[in-house]
Design a protein around this ligand. Structure first.
Ligand code: NDP
Ligand code: 2IT
Length: 448
């Protein structure tokens, strides 16, 4: 595959300091091999080169004043990767690890994920290396206001529509929306999603990513003659995605026995008490360690930063819902040795390339992030629809649409995998189905 190798070599040379972006693009491009072989015309059109070069990348200074009167400076980003299908759409991440490579990998994957939703949204991502941990509410507000004072020039309800991601939830979206409205002197509700219900948010958006992940898992298991009932589940993370994945999996009769945060994990053989987790994480913004102090019989294991003890716990199903590259080859081997037969990616790119290969070689059912966690952005698109209509649907209406979208995404992954003789490789199935739509939209619009 001469063209594919050429493109991969050029990508490596051009993005030397961007390992996450190279990883994400390598995974997608190599899985597209059978499609590219059928289309020699792609080379002359430089389709893959265009697909891997963001339409625009904005980087900016974010100065703000902390509670001690000290000026702090962070770096803000917005990557507008591909707008062929609709306005750029994707979350904002506030985490100290944020850099250009992480922003580009997330924005790149978002283009494919958004294509899979079947809704009119292009791909983008943004954020900052700002660390929200330990900051006061007023510091968070001042940071958000400063961040938006630059970002507002680049977004708009028909241009680019940010939302939440790690470190950005309802509180931050509120401060960002307030500043946008003030600067524009206009109420453009659809400029951000994940808004509060009082000012244009959609019911079920908070739950959507986690619920959607479990709807996808349900469909994937069903296709294999299995279901969630009675299964033991471990979920990494304890943020927005993890909490609502736990809620829905429990509703389907599964037992979630472990959750984590960046410091360690808790194990509760009786099944995680989600009201305790919600109190610690959504109300107190505390550490998961506190769970073990509040729930007798549960056990806390500290992580040394390198290893993730959660992946050593015995389970049937694993749902990584924290961050990228949280499952490496060793973790994957532990999971398979302990009986895990299905993995659903709630986080973006949680499984590294070696671990993906290992899972597939062992026949583990792997629900890839671009498909399995698309419920969040899909429901964001439903929030945009409601904002455009100046109307709102009930929780049941939005949830039913989400369920339907996730089932359709599974079918699309399955169909593409079958078409190319890839069996149950839904990783390739998702990439191929998304590429099919995205490349048709790009080709129809000419050389841009
Ligand atoms: P939150 O900020 O609500 O929660 C993040 C969770 O992951 C926390 O428990 C956090 O622990 C943990 N975590 C974050 N970074 C690391 C790290 N470097 N190492 C170990 N643990 C970490 O974020 P979300 O739940 O929204 O996002 C989780 C994942 O899901 C991300 O990969 C995100 O991109 C993805 N996603 C989110 C969607 C959404 O709608 N929110 C949609 C689709 C995907 P701690 O508090 O200790 O940092
Ligand atoms: O990774 C993701 O899909 C998100 N963080 C959600 C993006 C969105 O626009 O709702």
């Amino acid at each position: 595959m001469e063209y594919l190798n050429e493109v991969l070599d050029k990508l490596k040379a051009k993005n030397v300091n961007e390992p996450e972006f190279l990883q994400a693009s390598y995974e997608v491009l190599t899985s597209l091999k059978p499609v590219i072989e059928k289309h020699p015309e792609f080379k002359k059109l430089a389709l893959l080169e265009r697909l891997t070069e963001p339409e625009r990348l904005i980087s900016f200074r974010v100065p703000w004043v902390d509670d001690n009167g000290q000026v702090q400076v962070n770096r803000g980003f917005r990557v507008q990767f591909n707008g062929a299908i609709g306005p750029y759409k994707g979350g904002l991440r506030f985490h100290p690890s944020v850099n250009q490579s992480i922003m580009k990998f997330l924005a790149f994957e978002q283009c494919f994920k958004n294509a899979l939703t079947g809704l009119p949204i292009g791909g983008g991502k943004g954020g900052s290396d700002f660390n929200p941990k330990g900051k006061s509410d007023m510091e968070i507000m001042r940071f958000c206001q400063s961040f938006m004072s630059e970002l507002y020039k680049h977004i708009g309800q028909d241009v680019d529509v940010p939302a939440g991601d790690i470190g950005v939830g309802g509180r931050e979206i509120g401060y960002l929306f307030g500043q946008y409205r003030r600067l524009k002197n206009a109420y453009e509700a659809g400029v951000l999603t994940g808004k509060g219900l009082e000012y244009g948010g959609s019911l079920a958006r908070t739950e959507a990513t986690g619920y959607g992940l479990v709807y996808f898992m349900r469909e994937m298991l069903k296709a294999d003659g299995k279901d969630l009932k009675g299964k033991t589940v471990i979920i990494s993370g304890s943020g927005n995605v993890a909490i609502y994945a736990c809620e829905k999996a429990t509703q389907y009769g599964a037992k979630v026995v472990a959750m984590s945060d960046s410091n360690g994990c808790i194990y509760d053989a009786e099944g995680i008490k989600l009201d305790v987790i919600k109190q610690i994480k959504e109300v107190e913004r505390g550490r998961i360690k506190d769970y073990a102090q509040r729930v007798p019989g549960s056990v806390y294991t500290e992580s040394n930063g390198e290893e993730r003890p959660i992946w050593k716990i015995k389970a049937d199903i694993a749902l990584p819902c924290a961050t990228q590259n949280e499952i490496n080859l060793e973790d994957a081997k532990n999971l398979v040795a302990n009986g895990v037969f299905a993995v659903g990616e709630g986080a973006n790119m949680p499984t590294n390339l070696e671990a993906i290969e290992y899972f597939l070689s062992k026949g583990v059912l792997l629900a890839p992030a671009k498909a399995a966690n698309a419920g969040g952005v899909a429901t964001s698109a439903l929030e945009m629809s409601q904002n455009s209509m100046r109307y709102s649907w009930t929780f049941e209406e939005v949830d039913a649409k989400l369920d339907n979208i996730m089932s359709n995404i599974f079918k699309a992954c399955q169909k593409s995998a079958e078409e190319y003789g890839l069996g149950k490789n839904y990783v390739a199935g998702a990439n191929i189905a998304a590429f099919d739509k995205l490349c048709k939209a790009m080709l129809a619009q000419g050389i841009i």
